[in-house]
Design a protein around this ligand. Structure first.
Ligand SMILES: N[C@@H](CCC(=O)N[C@@H](CS)C(=O)NCC(=O)O)C(=O)O
Length: 322
């Protein structure tokens, strides 16, 4: 995807140039549900299709529901945040309300059913879980999914089945509000409680950490003007409160003051809609934190903790966005 899916060779396999495509000895197959059916049919009388005509129909029903009622909602919500589509707030509202409607129906069904069809996993569960996975691991917050408790129970049961784990690994849904609560409630032993708690709950698949560095520190010659600048920035970030946590440090005991920050964002990039809507963003240099680098991790800890001195300098102030 993004490398070879628009080449003439690929377009011969899928005229839309979309992934996935399965290459079989008899030729290519596109559309993920068609691929799933093909793979399941490699085994004769596969019980994944259900054990009666009506079960087979219900398996198809939920596969279509996943592809046409769940997947588009997730995609229209997630893709603008990944920068694949332009961010339009009314489009996002429509995606969210249609997703809520679909998950509501799914929740009602799962209130009295362990699996979608019958009493064992079918192809419908595999497809549904894959569609939910994109949403739950990458965009939907716990606050969002907790309105659908049966969907949550179903999803976590499915992704913890050994065969699922073998393919998708450990799935995590970091609960941003849990972190914000831990941060706010920790008054003593901050390192042992809050910082340790942060790394225990940090989900590097669903979230990313960023350092930001103000580009025009020379201009920060008046302390209250500098503090107001940060205050205004944090106010404008209000639109991403559900998706972000941030610390902004105002550094130095005398002017010019340096502004440096640490941000936690849902997703692997600084959300496109934040870049588009908050003009302050381009006043900072943004660097993704490499959490495999212990020195960078320690800098994260120091910023969360308002460690003083910070990089050898006093702090004029530290502001938190939560
Ligand atoms: N209905 C298709 C949708 C596939 C799809 O939208 N793939 C996206 C990536 S998740 C893609 O390849 N997009 C590239 C494009 O739109 O050109 C399926 O289920 O296979």
């Amino acid at each position: 995807m993004g490398v070879s899916n628009k080449t003439p060779e690929f377009l011969k396999m899928n005229p839309l140039g979309k992934v996935p495509v399965l290459e079989t000895p008899d030729g290519p197959v596109f559309e993920s549900n068609a691929i799933a059916r093909y793979v399941a049919r490699l085994k004769d009388d596969n019980p994944l299709f259900g054990s009666s005509r009506i079960e087979q129909a219900h398996v198809e029903q939920w596969m279509d529901f996943a592809a046409t009622e769940v997947d588009p909602g997730v995609a229209w919500y997630l893709y603008p945040r990944l920068g694949y589509l332009p961010y339009v707030s009314t489009t996002e509202e429509t995606a969210i309300s249609s997703l809520k409607r679909s998950l509501g129906a799914l929740n009602t069904h799962l209130a009295s059913n362990t699996y979608l069809v019958g009493h064992a996993v079918t192809l419908a569960d595999i497809v549904m879980t894959c569609n939910l996975y994109h949403g739950i691991a990458r965009i939907l917050t716990k606050t969002f999914t907790s309105d659908f408790p049966h969907v949550e129970r179903y999803f976590w049961t499915m992704v913890n089945q050994p065969n699922f784990k073998k393919v998708i690994g450990e799935v995590k849904q970091m609960v941003l509000d849990d972190w914000k609560r831990l941060y706010s409630n920790t008054k003593t032993n901050f390192r042992e409680v809050a910082i340790k708690g942060f790394w225990d709950m940090y989900d590097p698949e669903g979230y990313s950490l960023w350092f930001c560095d103000y580009k025009y520190n020379d201009e920060n010659t008046v302390s209250f003007v500098t503090l107001n600048k940060v205050g205004g920035f944090l106010q404008r970030m209000d639109l991403c409160r559900k998706y972000a946590f941030g610390k902004m440090l105002v550094i130095g005991s005398e002017p010019p003051f340096k502004l440096k920050g640490l941000w936690l964002f849902r997703g692997q990039d600084v959300p496109k809609f934040v870049m588009d809507e908050v003009y302050d963003m381009e006043l900072y240099e943004w660097t993704k934190v490499d959490i495999s680098d212990e020195a960078q991790k320690e800098r994260v800890n120091a910023m969360i903790e308002d460690q003083e001195p910070f990089e050898g300098e006093a702090l004029l102030d530290a502001k938190c966005f939560k």
